[in-house]
Design a protein around this ligand. Structure first.
Ligand code: HEC
Ligand code: HEC
Ligand code: HEC
Ligand code: HEC
Length: 463
């Protein structure tokens, strides 16, 4: 379903920067040390969540073995708790690495800090002090973090006829379908890109302060992250249900939804700076613009980005390198998006820029991205569409040279997601020595040999 390179690649991405600063990554689970304050009763109180434990009964989703011949196999909790890192998300806040991050940020305890809990448990459980809140925190990123709060649909979803309902009907009843890609993309991006605070959920932001303190950089890409989640669902049944173009579709929708989430976070950062929220925010920029060795003849001096003065700060390309390629047959929507992003990039690179200058263009970009997302959700990612997309990407050399390591990495992920549909791309992607390209933590830049290889592949694809 996914190229074997992807799993490895995502791990390498997070390792790349962080491994320089961090030692002692060994986990120290909390064991029996309960986070419940002394004297707190665990009796259920009214709460916006039903709680992951309420899904875990043997006869519900906590079965030991999958129920044969069923679409819903009722062992989802068991699979999640034994295989999925989300189940560990709260526990990692007790490990040495989290302790170090907290110490460097002058936080008392990571597992009590809203700053960390915001994404390392259900965001709704990150705030508040009822016993049910503490209980849900222990489940890490539990069922309702993705499938949405259950009190409304918990009863109805156990009744006959529920499974025959469409995703729309389930949504009307309050349950989000993770099969619906725009919905899924938005949910994942909330924690994997970040999100402004809402009335009920705290700010979710891994900024440069957190990264410099030791947090992994967040490099989200929906297709790779979806493929890397251990399936707690009936994969065989899902395969039959899914459209044949699911990988390309996941990639495309993920690109736009992630760009949108990144823009929303940018706008929030720009408008609401504070003591713990510096502005300009360094993680908005290309990491390797600041973190690199100094060479007499570096590729930075040579790169083909004529719009930018040497020495100015390039806006990060991670979420913005690819959306422009989705231009294919989407002229009005994409033209607006491309212009918005160009405008934002030029504001961002001015060292004298004011947060307020970003606000309106960011809002406009967000709206145009939504239009594009709506269009792309209708798209059929047939062979012809994918071929056109690959051709557009294959002509991207100058653009990708300007976007450096992030652009190269996104390009690789695009090829990997689109490859299953196209023999030529598949062969080319498999031929890349990805490992040498990305696994070079001693060097704050992409490996030259890999860039050459990427160029070769692109040339072949363009033919
Ligand atoms: C915006 C959401 C968000 C916030 C806020 C956040 N994290 Fe994370 N954290 C993540 C995600 C997502 C990952 C997984 C990254 C990946 O693998 O791509 C992660 C990974 C980690 C890891 C590595 C886990 C492992 O298995 O190796 C540690 C440790 C960690 N976070 C600690 C913290 C601490 C401590 C704080 C608060 C200071 C914090 N996080 C705040 C989202 C967040
Ligand atoms: C990190 C997000 C996430 C978490 C946490 C999560 N799920 Fe899921 N769940 C998914 C995704 C993604 C799918 C697959 C959708 C697809 O491929 O069509 C899915 C599918 C399912 C399905 C199959 C039916 C359906 O809606 O497609 C069930 C049942 C399910 N999850 C139950 C659970 C339970 C129970 C828990 C908690 C123990 C849980 N999930 C936790 C993301 C999540
Ligand atoms: C409530 C916040 C939250 C949501 C929503 C969420 N995640 Fe995560 N995710 C995390 C955190 C925190 C970690 C790190 C956990 C750890 O290392 O123990 C993580 C880890 C992961 C990992 C493992 C990464 C690695 O380095 O091994 C994958 C894959 C992943 N998430 C995919 C997804 C997908 C796909 C979705 C949407 C269906 C999603 N996540 C939704 C918070 C979240
Ligand atoms: C505008 C310049 C700038 C940008 C852009 C930038 N950083 Fe930094 N970074 C710094 C400075 C300055 C320090 C503090 C160095 C010190 O304390 O010695 C730092 C420190 C760090 C540290 C801890 C010290 C180290 O060298 O390991 C890490 C890790 C880090 N940054 C990662 C990143 C990542 C990842 C990105 C991109 C998301 C990024 N930085 C973007 C300037 C920048």
């Amino acid at each position: 379903m996914c190229t074997p390179g992807l799993k490895w690649f995502v791990a390498a991405l997070t390792a790349l920067v962080v491994c320089r600063v961090l030692v002692g990554l060994q986990a120290t689970p909390p064991g029996n040390s309960s986070p419940l304050p002394a004297g707190v009763q665990t009796a259920k109180m009214p709460f916006a969540l039903s709680g992951t434990t309420s899904c875990s009964a043997r006869s519900c989703h906590g079965g030991i073995e999958p129920v044969a011949g069923q679409a819903i196999q009722q062992d989802e909790y068991t699979k999640w708790v034994t295989q999925d890192k989300h189940a560990e998300a709260y526990r990692v806040l007790f490990n040495d690495r989290s302790t170090e991050i907290a110490r460097r940020l002058d936080i008392d305890e990571a597992h009590k800090s809203k700053l960390c809990l915001a994404c390392h448990t259900n965001p709704l459980a990150a705030v508040g002090s009822q016993p049910s809140v503490f209980e849900e925190r222990e489940s890490g990123v539990g069922c309702e973090s993705c499938h949405s709060s259950a009190p409304q649909w918990l009863g109805p979803h156990t009744t006959k006829g529920w499974s025959a309902r469409t995703a729309k009907e389930k949504l009307a009843a309050g349950m989000k379908s993770m099969s619906d890609l725009p919905t899924r993309a938005r949910v994942c991006a909330g924690c994997h890109v970040g999100a402004p605070a809402t009335d009920t959920t705290p700010l979710r932001d891994v900024n440069h302060d957190l990264i410099a303190a030791g947090h992994p950089r967040l490099n989200f890409e929906l297709a790779a992250y979806s493929a890397n989640m251990p399936p707690h669902w009936n994969e065989a049944a899902k395969k039959k249900e899914r459209p044949a173009d699911v990988e390309g579709r996941t990639w495309a929708i993920g690109q736009i939804a992630s760009a949108q989430a990144a823009i929303e976070l940018l706008r929030d950062r720009a408008l609401k700076p504070g003591p713990q929220r510096p502005w300009p925010e360094f993680s908005e920029y290309d990491c390797y613009a600041c973190h690199h060795d100094l060479h007499k003849e570096s590729w930075r001096k040579k790169r083909a980005d004529s719009n930018r003065q040497p020495g100015t700060l390039p806006w990060s390309a991670w979420y913005f390198a690819m959306p422009r390629f989705l231009a294919i047959e989407k002229q009005p929507e994409i033209a607006a998006v491309v212009d918005d992003l160009k405008g934002l990039a030029s504001i961002m690179r001015k060292s004298s820029q004011h947060g307020a200058q970003v606000a309106q263009p960011a809002l406009t970009a967000k709206e145009h991205l939504q239009q594009l997302l709506d269009e792309l959700a209708k798209e059929s990612y047939n062979q012809a569409f994918l071929r056109k997309l690959m051709n557009a990407i294959s002509k991207a050399d100058p653009a990708f040279a300007e976007s450096g390591w992030d652009g190269a990495a996104q390009l690789y992920l695009a090829m990997a997601a689109l490859a299953p549909h196209d023999q030529r791309t598949r062969d080319a992607v498999h031929a890349l020595t990805v490992t040498s390209g990305f696994q070079n933590p001693n060097n704050y830049q992409i490996d030259d040999r890999f860039v050459d290889e990427l160029r070769e592949v692109l040339k072949k694809l363009a033919k």
